[in-house]
Design a protein around this ligand. Structure first.
Ligand code: BGC
Length: 927
């Protein structure tokens, strides 16, 4: 840690010649994106990070300068915004308050801070590029009175099938190719390409692919909003004539069909394009190259068919050499046609596209029969395989993907349902050919190759792991290898299921943003990934999917129309809002979602709450709870539902508490009392209806009792009894195992720890027998299964890469084992509650999390009965450190008695722990 800080600071000192040596500002972000291109809000939020070598460094004021001109900033001139010295300790989500922002304009910014340790320094310069801000900005010129025909950026495409678009049972289409040549009319100062290519696009300028993303843009309900991507393409332009090429794939726009349930599937139409290339010239003039019917198009290119479920067929003999370069003969191409617009708002995409994030070589290649080989990549993942082959023109290499093998070594494809998950590549026969798909992805560990010319060898194949381009921001390691392996499996599963939105699974014919699969688990995800923007988008998708009467869906965007009016799936909106607020300190998200949540809770109450305050409406119950034994679940499909009003009522109660808190944050005093009163009544009703004198709730299931305990619904005198019931269930009935499904597992580990039995949580987490995460691993899982009995259940509902069963496990790793938790009162880790469970059975735990304020670390190890605990608290944060010790005398920091350390303040003794307030810095405690 120290080393890292030193390096950072030295670099900054070197590059900016700082006089004030030990404090630096880094990681400047606009809307939490580094140097974004294409922002469409008038008041984007700005964030930064303070790095300091000095303990107890807190910001007391900042000054932000914004200018269109980098040179002005260099002389500290903020002619677009100069915030002046502003007293504030905020380093995140500071709202821009300068001059009205102009479309298609780059803004440079920098910041100076003042801290309690003295005047700070100026940061380096960062920028954001304001994009097209609304529908009207897509007009080719800002001159308002231009006649309609001169407006740019009109939707083009072919709203029809072509003869070779054969396989309609699967909704496969050939890709659509469009091209346009143009000549800039002056010396280009800036060139920004704005593209909405639906469902998916690839953009080329002069033959070069723009951007390093894949499968863009992120999917939305296109009737509500469509996302544009923007790129600085100045470097791609050349003197004279230039060429633009765009390929369109189906994505979710021409959606994947399932014949047996077409009624529930939303589809939008044929692929289409809206494009503006804004060219600004040195002389101050501007022209726009835009999509219209002067573009040429064809569907008769090499991508013969594409579809997210079924894969892609590519015929290299149909390649059109130079189609995206100047001079290509497009006389046989069709005239692009004007087509209907999708309907939704045009919005800047504020979360990352997918990218090839890793390349993984094969572990083995095994011949099964004839010309069929199985390539094993050793890891279940999402993405695709790239290969090289050399053969004769017209030879076909066929690929089929699967997560596992049958006992006789064939691909196990039954769990893909009717997703074909395949690819066919037709060779052009001109030397070595390389290929990877453009508009599909697979959930796989194994690929079957057939028709490969010659013998397939490892060096000709590589797997490409594809997920949203977000940073991994957490690390976790302990002395228990199984805990570490589970963490690794969760990482692969979580990353792979980020597909511009969090999906349930990447392999079978679903891949839907099912809401119930997320919830509390997203806190764990946020410790691992910089995923705030993915979830902010999801929350917005839920908001957009709200019906006029208040109903919220189970899937959002509602590509599948499920409005089953239950609490646990749509209610994830509250849990994710809470995650974003707690983990990042984002208050705006609370304000934006509050009215939606309020309306939905009213809707549910008015329709489904009995006069006795029981919420009598649930759909899924404790979804996918483990069958009592492996035998009991063998061959059985997991799709049975066991609705539970106990679960829906407990959740509703929990939500009233959360809403009372949110209402208080916004000074909505009436709402505060509304939710408090309602909550009180529900709690009473819940106890009357479900509490049994024997000291348990409902049917005595683990989940029935975990919820009232975690939500603090249990009457004080019964708490011990109910908790004891939970302990007995796990220890005696379950023999140390869990017995929870998607709902119960979200609260399991933290309830056990909260009530003092982290040791039992550890026991559950380290089990290798059924049902447990360890059981999955013992049976070969490299991600997390959808089902606890995923090795023996019926295949139709048995994904091997779902994250829903992770529940609160990773949250528990970070918050309880490592002791890194944001305080509720000071969210976004402004105050960190550090109270690790130094649980017996573990010799060490090492965790880190790159929070919005900076890097947090907690590493403890036990040696000869003594604990050494190393902690890093980022600048502008403080920590409440909880150390289990009977006396202050037994605690040292940096080999000195803790009481002698000036910065550290003793607060109190609580539950056998000495509690201290510790400001930012690095510390080593021994006790
Ligand atoms: C999905 C789940 C989802 C569930 C709800 C399944 O098919 O894969 O993850 O939450 O349906 O019914």
């Amino acid at each position: 840690m120290r080393k890292r800080v030193l390096v950072t600071v030295t670099m900054l000192l070197f590059s900016f010649g700082l006089a004030f040596g030990q404090i630096a500002i880094s990681n400047l972000r606009c809307e939490l994106l580094v140097n974004p291109i294409g922002i469409d809000m008038q008041r984007p939020s700005l964030s930064w990070e303070i790095t300091s070598l000095i303990r107890n460094t807190n910001q007391i004021a900042y000054q932000i300068l914004v200018s269109e001109n980098e040179n002005n900033l260099a002389v500290n001139k903020g002619d677009v915004w100069d915030s002046g010295k502003t007293a504030s300790d905020s380093t995140a989500f500071v709202s821009y308050k300068g001059k009205k922002l102009k479309k298609d304009t780059r803004y440079y910014w920098k910041i100076k801070i003042w801290t309690n340790q003295g005047e700070g320094v100026w940061s380096a310069t960062a920028y954001w590029h304001q994009g097209l801000m609304n529908y009207k900005d897509w007009a080719a010129t800002q001159v308002g009175e231009m006649p309609f025909v001169d407006w740019g950026g009109r939707w083009i495409g072919f709203d029809r099938m072509f003869p070779w678009d054969g396989n309609q049972s699967e909704n496969r289409l050939s890709a659509r190719y469009f091209r346009k040549e143009f000549k800039p009319v002056g010396k280009v100062k800036s060139a920004t390409a704005y593209i909405i290519g639906l469902g998916l696009y690839e953009l080329y300028i002069n033959g070069k692919k723009i951007g390093n993303h894949v499968l863009a843009p992120i999917p939305t309900d296109y009737t509500k909003n469509v996302k544009y991507n923007a790129f600085d393409v100045k470097e791609n332009l050349k003197e004279g004539i230039n060429a633009i090429g765009v390929v369109l794939g189906n994505g979710r726009y021409y959606t994947m069909r399932q014949l047996h349930q077409e009624y529930k599937i939303k589809t939008f139409g044929f692929p289409k394009l809206l494009f503006n290339l804004v060219l600004k010239y040195e002389d101050g003039t501007e022209t726009v190259v835009f999509s219209d019917n002067t573009w040429k198009g064809t569907a008769d290119g090499p991508i013969r068919s594409n579809n997210e479920y079924d894969g892609e067929n590519y015929d290299a003999t149909k390649e059109m050499l130079g189609w995206n370069k100047v001079g290509f003969d497009d006389s046989k191409w069709l005239k692009a046609e004007f087509v209907q617009e999708p309907g939704g708002n045009y919005e800047a995409q504020m979360s990352e596209n997918m990218k090839v994030m890793d390349s993984i070589p094969p572990v083995s290649i095994t011949k099964i029969a004839g010309d069929r080989y199985i390539i094993d990549f050793g890891q279940n993942m999402t993405g695709w395989m790239k290969f090289a082959a050399q053969g004769k023109k017209g030879e076909q290499v066929k690929l089929r993907y699967a997560e596992s093998l049958t006992p006789n070594g064939e691909l196990a494809v039954a769990n893909l349902r009717d997703a074909k998950a395949q690819a066919v590549y037709t060779l052009k026969g001109s030397g070595k050919e390389f290929w990877e798909p453009s508009f599909t992805y697979y959930g796989f560990r194994y690929v079957e190759v057939s028709g490969y010319p010659g013998t397939p060898t490892k060096e000709n194949f590589v797997a490409k792991m594809v997920y949203d381009d977000v940073r991994t921001v957490g690390t976790f390691k302990s002395s228990n290898p199984l805990l570490n392996q589970i963490y690794k499996n969760v990482w692969w599963g979580t990353a792979g299921n980020y597909k511009g939105m969090p999906v349930d699974c990447p392999q079978r014919n679903e891949r839907q943003p099912w809401l119930g699969d997320r919830g509390i688990g997203t806190i764990g995800e946020n410790f691992m990934f910089d995923n705030a923007r993915i979830y902010k988008k999801l929350v917005n998708d839920i908001k957009l999917a709200q019906k006029a009467d208040g109903s919220l869906p189970d899937v959002a965007p509602d590509f599948w129309r499920y409005y089953s009016d239950n609490i646990t799936w749509p209610g994830v909106m509250l849990l994710i809002t809470d995650m974003l607020h707690q983990q990042t300190g984002d208050v705006a998200v609370v304000r934006e979602t509050y009215p939606v949540m309020h309306k939905w809770l009213r809707y549910m109450k008015d329709r489904f709450m009995t006069t006795d305050y029981i919420l009598n409406k649930d759909s899924y119950g404790d979804w996918c709870a483990p069958p009592a034994t492996i035998e009991a679940g063998r061959g059985i499909s997991a799709n049975q539902k066991f609705p539970s009003p106990l679960i829906s009522t407990a959740y509703y109660y929990h939500f009233t508490n959360m809403m009372a808190g949110y209402a208080a944050m916004q000074n909505k005093t009436e709402d505060v009392s509304y939710y408090k009163n309602l909550g009180k009544k529900i709690k009473e009703a819940f106890n009357i209806t479900y509490y049994k004198d024997a000291g348990y709730y409902g049917k005595g299931e683990l989940t029935d009792n975990l919820l009232p305990l975690y939500f603090e619904m249990v009457a004080e005198p019964n708490v011990d009894k109910v908790f004891q019931y939970v302990v007995n269930t796990i220890k005696v009935k379950n023999q140390g195992h869990l017995s929870t499904g998607v709902i119960g597992t979200q609260w399991l580990m933290r309830t056990l720890s909260k009530y003092g039995r982290a040791d039992i949580a550890l026991q559950i987490a380290t089990k290798k027998t059924y049902p447990s995460w360890g059981y999955m691993i013992e049976n070969g899982a490299t991600t997390i299964w959808e089902l606890w009995n995923g090795n023996t259940a019926a295949p139709d509902m048995n994904s091997q890469n779902h994250v829903m069963m992770v529940g609160d496990l990773v949250v528990w790793y970070y918050q309880y084992l490592a002791g890194i938790q944001s305080s509720v009162q000071n969210p976004g880790f402004r105050k960190i509650i550090m109270s690790p469970e130094f649980v017996h059975g573990l010799d060490f735990v090492q965790a880190s999390h790159q929070a919005i304020t900076g890097l947090i670390k907690s590493e403890w190890k036990r040696e000869k009965g003594k604990i050494t605990w190393t902690v890093a608290i980022p600048s502008n944060s403080t920590a409440e450190i909880h150390i289990p010790s009977s006396s202050l005398k037994n605690i040292q920091e940096n080999s000195k008695p803790i009481s002698s350390i000036n910065e550290i303040t003793y607060l109190r003794t609580e539950k056998g722990r000495q509690v201290f307030e510790v400001p930012s810095g690095n510390y080593v405690f021994k006790f």
